[in-house]
Design a protein around this ligand. Structure first.
Ligand code: ADP
Length: 647
């Protein structure tokens, strides 16, 4: 065989010539040349020849130093060392450095050629064998790694699947047994109360029997749990910690055990063990690594199951709790309002079938349009929205929908049908009653007004008549208010038309100007040149503005300032009545729009009123699909605002 590249490193040109021209070239080898050790090393490293023939004694770097340097750089090139004088010591050193042959000068041509061909012949064979071995080992390791990865993937899939804890743990220990090439495996969990371990999963035919036994804490598994460290017991029979009862039950003969702890953060909850490495082999570090990874996965599975049970228990408790209340309750989550909890009362009220509805969007399982509207409305900024929900069976529910940030929305509904009935009866009664009262009152007022014309009256008589007139006016106002409420609520005479709210507001303000001036109040109207119209009833809208302005004048002391402003914002028209009056105490604020509610205080005790003005305002605004609210500070003034959608 020829064509191999042979590097000759020698400081003597005649030696080089002899080797290259008379031995190597004629035999078909390709010679490379270096004339000192350093150069030789460089050529060897850059060109990687098939063989190096080098002199022992050279300036700067000896042959041995070159070999040493090559070895350090892991350049495994066969080499032949030439030296002028033989020495055992040098030979040993040279062979330690991997030299193939050692030739003493002067040498015969054949002797050198023999050495060269031996070195080159031997090399490919050795290389091949080594490469084959390395290849095999690499393949084996790769296969093992791929296997391991695949199994780990399987465990991850299992963890994400809906498998129950028991089958999950079983899968994990089966894989542990396979990957560590052992005969059996098991997973034990610590019972904190009894301080004993029990088998949560085990391989083998009789493994089910293990579930009924408890393993003491001074066992091998117990040691792993107590110390939180892996443990290898090569011969269990000699270990006093070995818990023989397990073998007695399974009829199995445990020889060796490798175990690792199951950890959740720093908490040890149990251990995984593999038993008897197959083929009498011994456990390796890889086995411990594999087991540790699987233990981490198993710990996650156990923890997930524990958390799941905890959450489920809490949810069940909550469900029992809300089921026992008479109110209808629904808890929803997410943008699409998926049902998280719903109680029996709510199911009945909304005729929701008994099929599983949890996790379904609420709109999919019920069709009550008032409720759908309430949910749609509450997406806006306000935290709680209220609505009366008529049901198909004629009942009415009072619904409060509250936004719970980051959780969802909770709907609580009470049956107010009896109250509604009562209210209707009361309204009917009041309407009839006030109607009947109006006629005698009209005649009382007529006669009282006529009295001064009958004859001259003295001062006391005049005073009494004035009082009667005032009181009759109050009762008439009350009756008018009550009648108005009845009409507005029943939507009687509430025909809607296109109206210009700015004109209505201007008219009301102009009409009230004299009264404000009489109280030396400064009344100002701020209105843009033109505003889009609204759809409404002009008489009722005028009444709403009038009630607000009347109140502002009434509850603002002389010298105060009242500002009425109208404007637009987005697709809404805004009307605002602002005063610098007595304001409204915080405690009274939530109730002032209620029927008959009046603030009872030192400032209000001499101010007359029915407590119906704001209720009427709210009823009118509601009927116009608007919203009314107040901002106020006691002692500083109030701002009443209502908004209506533009036409
Ligand atoms: P009333 O006939 O008593 O004025 P309303 O329904 O109009 O009844 O008002 C309810 C209560 O709200 C009043 O009794 C008063 O205490 C308070 N209130 C209304 N408007 C104002 C205001 N502009 N400033 C201070 N308090 C007011």
């Amino acid at each position: 065989m020829s064509g191999e590249r042979v590097l000759v490193i020698d400081d003597k040109p005649e030696n080089i010539e002899l080797l290259t021209e008379y031995m190597l070239r004629p035999k078909g080898y390709i010679p490379l040349v270096a004339t000192n050790g350093e150069e030789g090393l460089h050529v060897a490293l850059t060109h990687r020849p098939d063989l190096i023939i080098l002199d022992l004694k050279m300036p700067k770097m000896s042959g041995l130093q070159v070999l040493q340097a090559l070895k350090e750089r892991k350049a495994n090139i066969p080499s032949i060392l030439m030296t002028g004088y033989g020495s055992e010591h040098i030979a040993v050193q040279a062979f330690r450095l991997g030299v193939r042959d050692y030739i003493t000068r002067p040498f015969e041509v054949d002797e050198m050629l023999d050495a060269i061909s031996r070195a080159l012949d031997e090399e490919p064979l050795l290389k091949k064998q080594k490469a084959q071995r390395a290849n095999l080992e690499q393949r084996e390791t790769l296969k093992k790694q791929v296997d391991l990865l695949q199994r780990m993937l399987q465990v991850s899939h299992a963890l994400n699947s809906s498998l129950g804890l028991e089958s999950l743990l079983q899968t994990i220990i089966e894989i542990a047994r396979e990957l560590t090439e052992t005969e059996a495996s098991s997973l034990l969990l610590l019972d904190k109360e009894t301080n004993q371990l029990h088998f949560a999963a085990a391989t083998g035919v009789k493994s089910q029997k293990l579930k009924s036994i408890s393993v003491p804490i001074d066992s091998i598994a117990g040691w792993i749990v107590r110390k939180g460290r892996p443990l290898l017991v090569p011969e269990v029979r000699r270990d006093p910690r070995f818990f023989r009862q397990v073998d007695a039950i399974t009829g199995y003969a445990t020889r060796s055990i490798l175990g690792v702890p199951l950890k959740i953060k720093e908490r040890i909850i149990g251990a995984i063990e593999v038993l008897n490495k197959a083929g009498e082999k011994i456990f390796t570090l890889d086995d411990a690594r594999i087991l540790t990874i699987l233990a981490a996965q198993a710990a996650i599975a156990v923890e997930n199951a524990r958390l799941f049970t905890e959450v489920k228990n809490e949810k069940d408790k909550l469900q029992t709790l809300i089921n026992s209340t008479a109110d209808s309750i629904i808890l929803t989550i997410g943008e699409d309002d998926r049902i998280l909890l719903i109680n029996e009362a709510a199911r009945k009220a909304l005729s929701i079938e008994a099929t599983p509805v949890v996790d379904k969007p609420l709109a999919e399982v019920m069709s009550n349009e008032w409720l759908i509207d309430l949910f749609a409305r509450s997406h806006a900024d306000s935290k709680t929205e209220r609505a009366e929900i008529p049901l198909a069976d004629g009942r009415t529910l009072n619904a409060n929908l509250t936004l719970i940030p980051t959780v969802g929305r909770v709907l609580v509904m009470q049956d107010i049908t009896p109250l509604k009935k009562l209210d209707e009866m009361k309204s009917d009664f009041v309407t009839t009653f006030v109607h009947d009262l109006r006629s005698p009152l009209t005649s009382i007022r007529g006669f009282v007004d006529l009295l001064p014309m009958v004859g001259k009256l003295n001062d006391r008589q005049c005073d009494s008549i004035a009082r009667i007139q005032r009181n009759v006016a109050n009762i008439t106002a009350l009756i008018d208010d009550l009648l108005d409420i009845g009409l507005i609520e029943a939507s009687i005479g509430l025909e809607m038309d296109i109206c210009h709210l700015d004109l209505i507001v201007t008219e009301v303000v102009d009409h009230s100007r004299r009264r404000a001036e009489a109280k030396e109040q400064h009344l100002q109207l701020i209105s843009p040149a033109s505003l889009p119209p609204v759809l409404g009833n002009p008489l009722r809208l005028s009444q709403a503005v009038r009630n607000l302005l009347d109140n502002a004048i009434k509850y603002t002391p002389p010298g105060g300032r009242i500002t009425v402003q109208i404007g637009e914002e987005g697709d809404q028209i805004i009307v605002q009545v602002k005063d610098t009056g007595i304001g409204i105490p915080v405690a009274d604020k939530p109730y002032i729009f209620d029927k008959f509610y009046r603030v009872r205080s030192e400032e209000t005790k001499d101010i007359e009123g029915t407590g119906l003005g704001l209720y009427i305002v709210k009823s009118i605004v509601d009927k116009h699909n608007g919203r009314v609210w107040v901002e106020s500070k006691a002692g500083e003034g109030s701002t009443f605002t209502f908004i209506l959608p533009k036409y």
